[in-house]
Design a protein around this ligand. Sequence first.
Ligand SMILES: Nc1ncnc2c1ncn2[C@@H]1O[C@H](COP(=O)(O)OP(=O)(O)OP(=O)(O)O)[C@@H](O)[C@H]1O
Ligand SMILES: [Zn+2]
Length: 363
Amino acid sequence: MTFAPNLQNLIDNEELSWVLVGGKGGVGKTTVSSSIAVRFAEVREKVLLISTDPAHNLSDSFNQKFGKEPSLVKGYENLYAMEVDPLNSTREIVNETNNPLFETLGSALPGIDEIISFTEIMRLLTKLDYDVVVFDTAPTGHTLRLLSFPTTMNKTIEKLLSLKNLIQGAWNTVQKLFLSNEETDNDEDMLGKLNTIKKVIDGVIEQFQDQKKTTFVNVCIPEFLSLYETERLIYELFTLGIDSHNIVVNQLVIPEKLETINKIIIKEEMRQLLKNVKDEEEKQLIIKKLEKKSDKQLEVIKNCPLCFSRSKLQQNYVDEIDMLYEEFHIVKVPLHPFEIRGIDRLKNFAKILFGEFENEKEK
Ligand SMILES: Nc1ncnc2c1ncn2[C@@H]1O[C@H](COP(=O)(O)OP(=O)(O)OP(=O)(O)O)[C@@H](O)[C@H]1O
Ligand SMILES: [Zn+2]
């Protein structure tokens, strides 16, 4: 069995509905999740990219502002994006219910507000008919907490519901003594709500633990701390029963191996630059100039002592990843000489992720 060094396996799995993208801060989660969503939009009917990272970057990635509701990405009719903050949106929900019991419950069970917001998000997402939802998650620790919430929370809710029967008699008396009729109704609402939440959570757990429907894409850079976090993340995902079989190793400096890719990227950039140049002769002249410049740049990179030592250092970690994760698709992505912003660059980035440059090289 061989594992192709690209993410094509995501596209090939037609049942895939939830793609979670995560890793340490700053390694390229937003860039990778945005590119995956852009690629999915070419082959699926309706795609949503959702950021659950409180420090949102989707707007930077697409050069377009997104909010708490899904909105269309410019230039698309089937790609939506939204940014939610699990913590804040829950507070809003809890405040809306305005139930004193919720407050008590909230302080007795830390994290309940987060799980409610997560539930609300999931309910919203299952109601809307997206074929694929791609998550740009917050840095590792936060994500794991979010992913393990459903199981923890369901146990708590089960306990609460069983307690409810036990104390029902005493409870009724207490209510009559202290609460108005309206508030009594509210409490029934709350228990009803807990039950509904439990059902939604059961659904989330079932979906997330279904290997066909959900997968987690790990993004890392070839550095000690990032590798360490990836190892921890992959282990935790395993214990949570969440599938994971792709690792994107981003920001590689390997001049000799990635020369071809670099050249193609630079060529693509040129094409963008030349979009508005009409005159054919002028075009050719610009291309010649730029090609000469890029050849020179590559020559410099190849002979640069900084790049050389950097790439040596990185290679150790890449070897380690290759060795540790034999049964993963390992996708190696070069460090670009520019930020990956805007649809055109994201599309190019997707070409690397989905192995299209590999084919171009063979031609
Ligand atoms: N291969 C690459 N080459 C050059 N620049 C890159 C590459 N990958 C990502 N970047 C740039 O690095 C910056 C950080 O990337 P990104 O926002 O995707 O990381 P992140 O993991 O989502 O960060 P955060 O944890 O802050 O959300 C961005 O400016 C992005 O354009
Ligand atoms: Zn990000």
